[in-house]
Design a binder for this molecule. Structure first.
Ligand code: HEM
Length: 398
């Protein structure tokens, strides 16, 4: 076994192993307080955990670059060129600009009826006594919305959903993506190619048609189409699924906080910001040191790989009072759940809209839901969410 195949027994952080362990936050506190620049020797990765350090690094892309990849595993090999989160200006800006206007809050708000229709359909289809909040709601909503925006036919969504889930699955402790994830990427990109042929014949008002038009103009190279689409497929689904799962779990485990939101739905947007802070869906993303730098007296050599631990930054008591307390009435203060700087999440308004509508509808219908049975955390290296979250919506457990 090589080091990359072994489960790393690092007590503080393994970038390929522990994102979804039950409670990583005590270890994150040790990192922040005692090792703000921590080297995971076996992985050759430096972990950065304090809020202000991550914010400063994220704003300085010339020194700390996303290229060649924000994933420290081999995800980049699967996705390929076109994934602009892994690129820097000027080409990053050109590719991001192709999609930008579709992701402004105003443009995204026009999708409200589409989100509401999906949410109502998903909730109507549940057997309240026996529900899997992750598999039946948290994943299907962002997958259906992403397909809708891409212009994929609604009848294809059910068949595509397992591919989106498999795309993000990893084996804890192993650096390389499993074959199932590679196969899912191939199947999704084959599907995208087929859809693209259709858009060439009949352009529509969807993201795929936008990307197709940009290839004609030469902004997007033909070989970048796959990476751009897979970036959207991955960044737009597993992250929002993680946010929804973490929100269901946090509110399930804190009935007093859930009651506050159920009784006053106007508080839901702020409550969701608290979920993003308290249990961040994206635990970390990588950077490469483009020119050597020093942080807290530690020399970061050119070429070093960093892990920016957003989940730790969001609980930094140098920035937040009582950071470990889940408090939906907290005065919202900017967090790093969606990143910072030129790579700030393009899809943040969409994720917020989906989560707001879903949580409002769930609490309206089932304010006394209870978590039951064994939850199963997702296995992504960089994200923390759920694959399975059993619940009883009837209120019988309340
Ligand atoms: C709760 C859900 C989400 C979370 C927590 C999240 C988190 C993030 C974070 C932390 C970054 C920063 C990357 C970096 O600094 O290197 C990012 C970038 C990105 N996100 Fe999201 N994201 C979410 C939902 C979405 C959705 C719904 C979409 C699209 C449909 C999306 C598309 C993107 C894209 C394209 C980028 C790259 C932006 C760039 O490099 O310019 N995300 N996201």
């Amino acid at each position: 076994m090589t080091t990359s195949q072994q489960a790393l027994q690092d007590p503080l952080f393994d970038p390929f192993g522990t994102s979804s362990t039950a409670d990583p936050y005590p270890a994150f506190k040790v990192l922040r307080d005692e090792h703000p620049v921590y080297r995971v020797t076996a992985r050759d990765v430096w972990v950065i955990s304090r809020h202000d350090d991550i914010q400063a690094i994220s704003r300085d892309w010339r020194t700390f670059t996303n290229s060649p990849s924000v994933d420290l595993d081999d995800t980049m090999d699967i996705v390929g060129p076109g994934s602009f989160v892994d690129q820097e200006p000027p080409h990053h800006d050109e590719l991001r600009a192709v999609l930008r206007d579709r992701f402004t809050p105003a443009a995204v708000n026009r999708e409200t009826p589409a989100v509401e229709a999906i949410v109502e359909r998903l909730l109507d289809g549940l057997d309240p006594g026996d529900v899997d909040l992750a598999g039946q709601i948290a994943w299907p909503l962002p997958v259906a919305m992403l397909c809708h925006l891409m212009g994929f036919p609604p009848e294809d969504v059910a068949g595509l959903t397992p591919l989106f889930v498999a795309l993000s699955a990893r084996e804890p402790g192993r650096q390389n993506a499993p074959q199932a994830s590679r196969d899912a990427a191939t199947a999704l990109s084959d599907y995208v190619s087929e859809q693209m042929k259709e858009r060439k014949r009949r352009p529509g008002d969807d993201l795929l048609s936008l990307i197709q038009a940009a290839t004609k103009e030469g902004t997007v190279a033909q070989e970048e189409v796959r990476g751009m689409c897979l970036l959207l497929c991955n960044a737009g689904t597993s992250t929002t699924a993680a946010l929804l799962g973490n929100a269901f779990a946090a509110l399930g485990n804190h009935p007093d906080q859930r009651r506050i939101l159920a009784e006053d739905p106007e508080r839901i947007p702020a409550g969701l910001e608290e979920v993003l802070r308290w249990d961040a869906p994206v635990v970390y993303l990588g950077r490469r040191v483009a020119r050597s730098a020093e942080l807290h007296g530690v020399e970061l050599p050119e070429g070093a790989r960093l892990a920016l631990l957003y989940s730790a930054a969001n609980r930094d008591d140098r920035r937040y009072e009582r950071p470990d307390v889940f408090d939906v009435t907290r005065e919202p203060k900017r967090h790093l759940g969606f990143g910072e700087g030129i790579h700030f999440c393009l899809g943040a308004p969409l994720a917020r809209l989906e989560a707001r509508i879903m949580i409002a509808a769930l609490l309206r219908r089932h304010p006394d839901y209870a978590l039951t049975g064994e939850a199963e955390r997702s296995t992504e290296h960089t994200a923390r969410g759920f694959f399975k979250l059993p619940a009883d919506l009837t209120g019988a457990h309340a």
